[in-house]
Design a protein around this ligand. Structure first.
Ligand SMILES: *[C@@H]1O[C@H](CO)[C@@H](O)[C@H](O)[C@H]1NC(C)=O
Length: 211
């Protein structure tokens, strides 16, 4: 009777002695990233500025091929979110701008429309059903983890949205770049995408692929 009780109590003490609760784990991006995120910066060197980020207040430069700019506050740029399961970004889309089909392997995304008008949607993996909608100021849309999605400015003015993610480092794979901005031989790209040679060669040239 007495012995098992003692054993239970000692087990309780030993497990609590080993329990460790971290308030935060500010990233040390000089060390390699892993599945659990970055290693922690020495807590004695953490300051409030590790938890504050300013770059999302500035519109991104949309003078580019897609006429859009994504400014990310993921763990590599914003070390304070490391280990916390969240991050944030800003998207600016000039008139006619777009965020090409892409996926975030590591997180679901939720966007809040600050201004403008976009057409946004995602494609289910189970049945390739497309869910898309015109979004305006104040609208919110969620994009489930891993599914292909897009945003296109369909309005007459710049559109801005704030995007939040369920990971400090959600990752991004842009589908057209994954398919055509690489060095996979065109013959294999053609076989695996059902596209013809001329189209594949054209897209490789436009997007910077070789082969
Ligand atoms: C925006 O990007 C373009 C193309 O890279 C560049 O020429 C231009 O100077 C940039 N504008 C600003 C305000 O940084």
């Amino acid at each position: 009777m007495f012995l098992p009780l003692l054993f239970t109590i000692s087990l309780l003490f030993s497990s609590s002695a080993h329990a460790s609760v971290l308030d935060f784990c500010v990233a040390d991006p000089s060390l390699p990233d892993g599945p659990a995120g970055y290693s922690c910066k020495n807590p004695a060197k953490v300051t409030v500025d590790d938890f504050v980020y300013h770059a999302l207040g500035i519109p991104g430069n949309t003078s580019n091929f897609i006429k859009a700019a994504i400014t990310t506050a993921f763990a590599p740029q914003f070390p304070g979110v490391n280990g916390l399961g969240i991050s944030i970004a800003r998207a600016d889309l000039a008139v006619g701008g777009l965020v090409p089909l892409h996926t975030h392997p590591g997180a679901s995304e939720i966007i809040y429309m600050v201004k403008g008008k976009i057409s946004a949607g995602f494609i289910s993996s189970s049945s390739n059903t497309v869910y898309y909608k015109t979004l305006r100021k104040g609208d919110v849309m969620v994009f489930p983890q891993g599914l292909m999605h897009f945003q296109v400015n369909t309005g007459k003015h710049v559109a801005t949205a704030i995007a939040s993610f369920g990971s400090p480092n959600p990752g991004v794979q842009l589908t057209p770049f994954a398919l055509f901005a690489n060095n996979l031989p065109s013959a294999i790209v053609e076989k695996t995408t059902f596209l013809d040679d001329a189209e594949v060669k054209k897209l490789k040239a436009v997007l910077g692929g070789t082969g």
